[in-house]
Write a protein that binds this ligand. Structure first.
Ligand code: NAD
Ligand code: AHE
Ligand code: ZN
Ligand code: ZN
Length: 369
């Protein structure tokens, strides 16, 4: 079938809106009509050529919501008409990772996902007869996409897809990192580096957890008002200080925070986030994605003296099991999605969403098809 899609033909170039061909779902696969998709910084990261796994030409996008159109042979967990959120972190329930009880990083389709193809090693997308790569197992920048059955969370059909699409990445990642990865508790102090979509979701999660102080850190002070609305109590613009931001935070908090979160993808900030943690117990969670070749550094003494460095992917959330409940939480108002949506626009204008993000003027732009 034909599908309107925003195709990344080459790194560093704007997406092109074209009509692509989408082949029917094979065994274990599902054809989904994407109604809405957010634009996450990770899409920009890959489009910018910074992703070691980046492949071109590709259909990017991984923060979508839609409706099942057709299921391939053997698919039992969804049927046409079901409302779904595609998952870049699958959940097969059977692999070593799923059965470990220790991680959400299902590996059932991860190897082929990273190669831009479906589990059988081929693509369902083509343009003028040439194959296009899939992206993160989701490719939500196409009106019609094919995903593995294990990469779909079935959600309440009453849920507004134009909002809950944000649970496909950003909001779930931030809130999940607080509850599942860091396990922030009542009274804990928290520092959040980067107040974009991910950082604001961390702020919201920290407020839910009852954190006593939530320190928002950003070089763009226009982000502070929304962060305050989400629950941040203190603000630091590193540009306002001569000394390193970690020293500022250590002074503000009588020795450092209980938890910090890096939501930018900057390895120097990752170091600051670790070093602003309290000696003996402070934990820093890396959420931001750093470009190819980048490495983190600190004095090992920072860890010897009890600080902990962790990472979090998709907020540690098991998508098929937990995302339906998070959708319900959003419908009840226990997870706020509206404040994230600063812009909405049709697919044809998707490059504007990237421009707004790069200029620091948006939190999330939701694209409709
Ligand atoms: P964003 O562009 O919306 O937000 C980034 C924020 O960081 C902006 O507010 C910006 O002003 C701020 N910032 C930039 N440089 C800074 C600095 N040196 N000091 C302080 N603040 C600075 O991006 P986003 O969509 O929120 O994504 C954030 C990061 O999280 C990206 O690296 C993205 O790839 C990553 N991410 C990871 C996961 C995961 O599962 N681990 C999921 C989603 C996104
Ligand atoms: N492909 C990159 C890494 C990109 C990355 O870290 N992705 C995050 C999700 S970002 C969503 O906005 C993630 O979940 N990673 C775990 C995984 O299995 O991909 C690289 O460095 O190769
Ligand atoms: Zn994302
Ligand atoms: Zn699995």
């Amino acid at each position: 079938m034909k599908s309107r899609a925003a195709v990344a033909f080459a790194p560093g170039k704007p997406l092109e809106i074209v009509e692509i061909d989408v082949a029917p779902p094979k065994a274990g696969e599902v054809l989904v009509r994407i109604t809405h998709t957010g634009v996450c910084h990770t899409d920009a990261f890959t489009l910018g050529g910074d992703d070691p796994e980046g492949l071109f030409p590709a259909v990017l996008g991984h923060e979508g919501g839609g409706v099942v159109v057709e299921v391939g042979e053997g698919v039992t967990s969804v049927q046409p008409g079901d409302h779904v959120i595609p998952l870049y972190t699958a959940e097969c329930g059977k692999c070593k990772f799923c059965l470990s009880g220790k991680t959400n990083l299902c590996q059932a389709v991860r190897a082929t996902q990273g190669k831009g193809v479906m589990p059988d090693g081929t693509s369902r997308f083509s343009y003028n007869g040439q194959p296009l790569y899939h992206y993160m197992g989701t490719s939500t920048f196409s009106e019609y996409t094919v995903v593995a059955e294990v990469s779909l969370a079935k959600i309440d059909p009453q849920a507004p897809l134009e909002k809950v699409c944000l649970l496909g990445c950003g909001v779930t990642t931030g809130i999940g990192a607080v509850h599942n990865t860091a396990k922030v508790k009542q009274g804990d102090t928290v520092a959040v580096f980067g107040l974009g979509g991910i950082g604001l979701a961390v702020v919201q999660g920290a407020k839910q957890a009852g954190a006593s102080r939530i320190i928002g850190v950003d070089t763009n002070p226009s982000k502070f008002d929304l962060a305050r609305d989400m629950g941040a109590t203190d603000f630091v613009n590193p540009k306002d200080h001569a000394k390193p931001v970690q020293d500022v935070i250590v002074e503000m908090t009588d020795g450092g925070v209980d938890f910090s979160f890096e939501c930018i993808g900057n390895v120097d900030v990752m170091r600051s986030a670790l070093e602003c943690c309290h000696k003996g117990w402070g934990e820093s969670v890396i959420i931001g994605v750093a470009g190819a070749g980048q490495e983190i550094r600190t004095r090992p003494f920072q860890l010897v003296t009890g600080r902990v460095w962790r990472g979090s992917a998709f907020g540690g959330v098991k998508g098929r099991t937990q995302l339906p409940g998070m959708v319900q939480a959003a419908m009840r108002g226990d997870i706020r999605l509206d404040p994230f949506i600063t812009h909405t626009m049709p697919l044809e204008r998707i490059n504007e969403a990237f421009d707004l993000m790069h200029r620091g003027e948006s939190i999330r732009t939701v694209i409709h098809f």
